[in-house]
Write a new protein. Structure first.
Length: 141
């Protein structure tokens, strides 16, 4: 009777190992997504605060400043910054952005292409692009 039980533990391991590996990979993938989302959230918060204090800055300069302040865990080339209202150029007479007067509502939206972080692309979520938007009022000079 003892001979029939010899390979049972190997068979049980072979059956359970794929499920355990899938569970571990899922936990790792969710941790990577959460870590990236927290980084995008913090960068957006810092970006909206900076643009609220400096509303008379062109979008290109503001985007460069926001990207320069990103955490080291986020790749600058994979970040898309959208500022609302837009300011492509400053008024030549006043040196101020005409779309962002003091007290106006501003928003910053950061989107991060995190598809390179996917352990199995398309398996857990169709696309990995954490996006976060924050709003704040422009401060006066």
């Amino acid at each position: 009777m003892k001979r029939t039980d010899e390979g049972q533990s190997i068979i049980e391991l072979a059956i359970m190992l794929p499920f355990m590996a899938y569970f571990v990979m899922t936990v790792l993938q969710l941790a990577l997504i959460a870590f990236t989302y927290i980084g995008v959230t913090n960068a957006t918060r810092e970006g909206i605060r900076w643009i609220a204090i400096h509303p008379d800055t062109t979008d290109a300069a503001a985007t460069a400043t926001i990207k320069a302040g990103l955490p080291q865990t986020l790749n600058q080339t994979k970040v898309t910054v959208v500022l609302t209202p837009p300011c492509s150029s400053l008024d030549p007479q006043t040196g101020k952005c005409p779309n962002r007067p003091p007290g106006s509502q501003l928003s910053v939206t950061l989107t991060y292409d995190a598809s390179s972080l996917a352990l199995f692309p398309g398996v857990y979520v169709p696309s990995l692009a954490p996006t976060y938007t924050m709003y704040m009022r422009a401060e006066s000079d």
